[in-house]
Write a protein that binds this ligand. Structure first.
Ligand SMILES: Nc1ncnc2c1ncn2[C@@H]1O[C@H](COP(=O)(O)OP(=O)(O)OP(=O)(O)O)[C@@H](O)[C@H]1O
Length: 274
């Protein structure tokens, strides 16, 4: 594997002399599962107010990293701050400021979509009238109004993503973490989600999302971190990470060392005489 490439100096210098504190600051973060090192001592600063993509091949450590950053998984070592608050020492302050759409999202299945949002809003401490208003608007925008009284257990994969996203946005968090938010979502809904997220970042909020779909990351994100084998291989603005490569996909393949990989030529029996 190539050595880690730190393309920029990090959030404080990315794109100029911004002095805004980073949305997320990770220092010396480690996580092992038995002999498997999932996250290998990463340092990372994610700039506030950006649409940030966390990309990497299968098993790179993206979900493990996002789980630790959002307080769902305890690191073996290292520190994590969101908006200047330590995720593990000050969990209430952090959880009030973030929204999370995790991988393998678990929802209260026996509630309807509307009940789920009402419950989430009250848990977040929002007044009932405000929860009601935001719920109606989110259900409408995400095209779930027609299914609002259906039990979540009967929702399709894409509908579950959308109701999960609505629940994560309801309290208007400062930072929104999304693990593969577009997986299983149809193109029309994907366009809607995109619009919602773009509006949200324009207001100064930060979106951090993981994805394997480079075209999507390239078209949505203004800042990217590339992970492979538990390490950060590159980080910076889209242009910085792409460098001279014709596309983010090409830059990605080079960064994760996929160029030399057997792309199926060794399967000489496949498609041969039967
Ligand atoms: N609970 C667990 N127990 C054991 N190993 C785990 C566990 N969770 C993750 N791992 C391992 O840690 C490594 C990183 O996994 P992780 O799910 O973070 O990768 P990822 O980048 O999100 O992958 P993908 O894109 O396939 O979702 C992998 O080798 C995985 O097998």
């Amino acid at each position: 594997m190539p050595e880690q490439t730190d393309i920029t100096g990090g959030a404080s210098t990315a794109g100029g002399a911004s002095t805004a504190p980073p949305a997320v600051r990770v220092q010396g973060l480690w996580k092992r599962f038995g002999d498997q090192v999932a996250v290998s001592g990463i340092d990372l600063e994610l700039p506030a107010g950006k649409f940030i993509g966390l990309v990497g091949p299968n098993g790179a450590g993206k979900t493990t990293t996002l789980s630790m950053v959002t307080g769902l998984l305890r690191p073996d070592m290292g520190s994590i701050e969101v908006g200047g608050h330590d995720v593990w020492r000050d969990p209430v302050a952090v959880k009030a400021r973030i929204g999370v759409l995790p991988e393998g999202l678990r929802l209260f299945e026996r509630l309807s979509g509307r009940e789920l949002l009402a419950y989430t809003g009250r848990l977040r401490g929002l007044p009932g009238v405000e929860v009601d208003k935001r719920t109606t608007q989110l259900l409408d925008v995400l095209d779930l109004a027609g299914a609002q009284h259906k039990l979540v257990v009967d929702y399709s994969t894409g509908m579950r993503k959308k109701i999960g996203l609505a629940a994560a946005l309801l309290h208007n968090p400062e930072v929104l973490f999304l693990d593969e938010p577009f997986e299983g979502v149809d193109p029309v809904s994907a366009q809607t989600i995109r619009g919602v997220l773009e509006r949200y970042t324009r207001s100064g909020a930060t979106v951090v999302f993981s994805s394997h779909v480079m075209e999507l990351v390239e078209s949505l994100c203004d800042w990217v971190a590339v992970m492979a084998a538990g390490r950060i291989r590159a980080r910076g603005t889209l242009a910085e990470v792409r460098g001279d490569a014709p596309s983010l996909q090409d830059a990605f393949l080079e960064l994760v060392g996929a160029g030399a990989r057997d792309t199926g030529q060794s399967l000489d029996w496949l498609g041969g005489a039967r």
